[in-house]
Every structure is written in C-alpha cells, then in structure tokens.
Design a binder for this molecule. Structure first.
Ligand code: SF4
Length: 265
C-alpha cells in the first residue's frame, strides 16, 4: 500500500527577548523573522499551505519552529496553539509539533501542550557534554536533557532531539558520545545541525579572533554520516541534516547572507 504523503506547515516563532545567550545564536537570522507571530498570521499560514497541498489524503502537521516555544508567555502559547488545534478538531490537519529547550519543560507546560493536542516535542540538546554546553553558553546541562526527555515520554508525547556538530571544542568522539547518550533517552526522531557562524553572534567574534575554526565540509559530512548510521541502526529517524536554506541563511558568497562562515571547503 502506498504511504501517505506527509506535509509540514512550518510556523516560525522567534523567541524575541530570549534571556539565554547561546554563542552561535542570532535568532532573528535563523528564523528570518523579527516580530512576534500573531494568531491571524498562524491562520493565514495554515490556510495558504493547505491550499498548496496536492494530495487530499495526506498527513499534515503544523510545526512551531524557530525558538523555544514553551519559553514564551503562557498566554501567547495558548493564543497560537488554539488556532492550530481548531484545525486538528476540524480534521483539516493531523498533528502539531513544537521545539523548545530542555530547561523549559515541566509538568505544567506539558499539560498545556497536551490540552491543545500537541503530538511531538523536539528538544534543542546540542550536546550532552556539560563542558561544551558551558563553552557555548547554552544555559542548561545534560541533566536537564535527561529530566526533560523522561518527562516528555512519561506524558506520552513523541520525543525529538536536535544536536549540533562542530561546536567549539567538540570532537567527533564527543558527538558520538552525545548520540549514544541521546539514544538511551529513546527519541523517535533526531535532527543534526552542523554549526554555521552567523553574523552578530559571539561565535563570529571567536571566529574572527581565530579562536574558533569551523569544520571543513568533508568533516561535517563525514560526522553527519556516522551519526546518521548510528541513529538508523538504533531505529531512530534522522529527519533533517543542516538548517533550512532561507534568504538570510544561505551561502556566505551571497551578499544578503547572514552566514559568515559555514563548514569551509
Ligand atoms: S538558541 Fe539559545 S539564545 Fe537562541 S533563542 Fe534558542 S535559547 Fe535563546
């Protein structure tokens, strides 16, 4: 039997005013947005995507990406979720997913996501090595990742993990160790993001000062390949490798690009 076509309706929710200070982050550039998303915009985006889908009998999912969804004010989360949930109730979309940080997961937040029919929660883990997490000022620890992952599974959400490749001082062994640690927490899906040096970040300063050297393209591909095989053997789906290309996140040769250096060839 032919598998159903799967469609994602991405809604970028930049975490403006995020109190964290990750050295690689310029949330404005990554999400391509500078202002808060409104419920009207969510509705408009969903409608536009629904019209563009070719297969009627497909699996459709609204995905709140681009920030730390459960870190934004509760009222704003509810405002956005209510819109998407109405489409689930009307059977026009099948599910909702959000991405967030491990330290923004607790019982209260999970109950709210449950109430609005969220199916999948993706955690930005980046690494399970506390030294590396501290070096890139993530502001959370491996312990937070374990606690959040267990709680998410206990509340019967589908768990996803996002990890980065080529963070400052991170070696291939560190990344394999992160993959092993994550596999023990039983995510259903994983995304792998090789580091990009983006304008107006602390990492850009480190790069310009010669303190950070990005991976070469071949190294990044090699590391992603090994991790891909590792997760696949564990029956964990790797659903993405590398950030989505946008007007701002593209080749450094493009004059509009906010990327200063990617893994260099
Ligand atoms: S990557 Fe870090 S600084 Fe950027 S929005 Fe997420 S938590 Fe905040």
């Amino acid at each position: 039997m032919k598998e159903k076509e799967q469609y994602i309706i991405p809604i970028f929710v930049p975490h403006l005013g995020c109190p964290n200070d990750c050295t690689f982050c310029n949330q404005k550039s990554i999400s391509g947005q500078t202002k808060k998303v409104t419920k009207g915009e969510v509705k408009k985006t969903i409608e536009q995507y629904l019209k563009s889908f070719k297969e009627e009998d497909s699996y459709k999912e609204v995905a709140f990406f681009g920030g730390s969804f459960t870190g934004i004010e509760k009222e704003k989360q509810e405002e956005l979720l209510q819109v998407a949930y109405q489409y689930v109730k009307d059977k026009k979309i099948d599910s909702i997913r959000v991405s967030t940080r491990p330290d923004y997961i607790d019982k209260e937040r999970l109950k709210l996501l449950k109430k609005y029919g969220v199916k999948t929660i993706e955690l930005g883990v980046q690494s399970t090595n506390d030294y590396i997490l501290k070096k890139c000022r993530r502001g959370h620890t491996y312990e937070d990742v374990k606690r959040a992952s267990k709680l998410i599974r206990r509340y019967r959400f589908e768990l996803g993990h996002q990890m980065m490749i080529g963070l400052p001082e991170s070696t291939k062994i560190d990344e394999l160790n992160t993959a092993r640690d994550l596999a023990k927490l039983k995510p259903k899906i994983v995304r792998l993001y090789p580091v990009l040096v983006i304008k107006n970040t602390e990492l850009e300063k480190e790069y310009n000062a010669g303190e950070y050297e990005p991976l070469r393209v071949e190294q990044a591909v090699e590391r992603c390949k090994e991790l891909y095989y590792f997760f696949t053997r564990k029956k964990i789906s790797v659903i993405r490798m590398g950030l989505q290309t946008t007007d701002l996140i593209c080749s450094p040769e493009n004059e509009k690009s906010e990327v200063v250096a990617r893994t260099i060839s």
